[in-house]
Ligand binder design. Sequence first.
Ligand SMILES: *[C@@H]1O[C@H](CO)[C@@H](O)[C@H](O)[C@H]1NC(C)=O
Ligand SMILES: *[C@@H]1O[C@H](CO)[C@@H](O)[C@H](O)[C@H]1NC(C)=O
Ligand SMILES: *[C@@H]1O[C@H](CO)[C@@H](O)[C@H](O)[C@H]1NC(C)=O
Ligand SMILES: *[C@@H]1O[C@H](CO)[C@@H](O)[C@H](O)[C@H]1NC(C)=O
Length: 322
Amino acid sequence: MIASWKIWFGLMSICLLQCRVVSQKVQLEPLSSTALRDSDVQFIATIQGDWEVTNWGVGGIQVLTIINSTNSIIPSVDRFSARFCVSTNRNCVEFIIHNVTRADAGEVVCNVQGHQPVTAQLFVQESGTVSIPGGNVTVMQGGEVELECVTTAWFPAPTISWTQNGRAVNSSLYNTTSTPDGDSFNSTSTVRLTASRNARVDCLASLSTLTAPRSSSVYIEIVPKPPDWTVLIAVVVSFGSCGLLGFLILVIVICYKHRKEKKRNYQDEMRRVTTHNQLSVIDTSEQVRGQVNEYYEPENQRNDTSDWTESGFLKHRHMTFV
Ligand SMILES: *[C@@H]1O[C@H](CO)[C@@H](O)[C@H](O)[C@H]1NC(C)=O
Ligand SMILES: *[C@@H]1O[C@H](CO)[C@@H](O)[C@H](O)[C@H]1NC(C)=O
Ligand SMILES: *[C@@H]1O[C@H](CO)[C@@H](O)[C@H](O)[C@H]1NC(C)=O
Ligand SMILES: *[C@@H]1O[C@H](CO)[C@@H](O)[C@H](O)[C@H]1NC(C)=O
């Protein structure tokens, strides 16, 4: 009976020891964290079983110490703090880095005395400035405009994109190059746009931890095409030609009228003379006829003569007045 009790007790002891070893584990959450500079970042350590002292290290420096028995939390500086997840439970500890700096990046170590240290990775991003140095631009209708966006002091290099009137610009229309500058990056993005109307163009720089991209905007103002010089010249020339032609026509008309006037006078004169002569001829012929009237003369011949005279006279009139 006693022997069996001893065996049972012995087994229990082994189990308790082993269970204790198995359960005394330190877990860190998250094991990888990315934070934006100046933000706060938390790590939670879950410690199974009793513990007395826990140290937190950031960037290779011990920054905070927690002593369980005295309920003491001792930070090296204000930027670091810790608290128990639940005030009654000492198995969960929250460690907070406030206003995280680039120098905090690297390993965050939770070291529970008597246990293997547990390490998490901290990445710190930094957003810098965004600008379109060229400012507002004026471009001719349908013309191509090239805009340059400059970002400085970002870590890592931001993802740059463009929008035109709020709509994403096809990435085939821009190029971005980044160059390291100290512990950060400067980038230049060049976009080529064809504007048909006034537009607002935004350059957006983003990082995974930035809730909204940083941006800079400019306005493209469209101006109508200036008049084509060849067109202008053509217009001037054609108008000039028209004017000249009009002038020539006017001169011709005046000359013609003048000449016509002269001609009419001349013709009037001529007609008067002709008429007079004809009348003289007729008179003469009448006289002759009168003289030869004693002889036989056919009626039609006489009429013919009259017709000739009259048609001749009419011909003159026709030429003169029509
Ligand atoms: C964090 O930074 C802000 C502004 O930079 C400051 O007002 C605040 O006191 C800082 N917090 C800590 C814990 O240092
Ligand atoms: C750019 O144009 C916008 C809108 O026309 C105007 O409000 C802004 O002041 C201009 N910026 C500069 C730097 O001229
Ligand atoms: C971007 O432009 C390329 C070539 O011009 C075209 O093949 C592609 O479909 C465009 N993408 C979008 C999203 O419009
Ligand atoms: C982008 O860069 C390539 C090669 O340098 C060049 O051929 C292309 O025209 C550039 N595109 C823009 C929009 O600047």
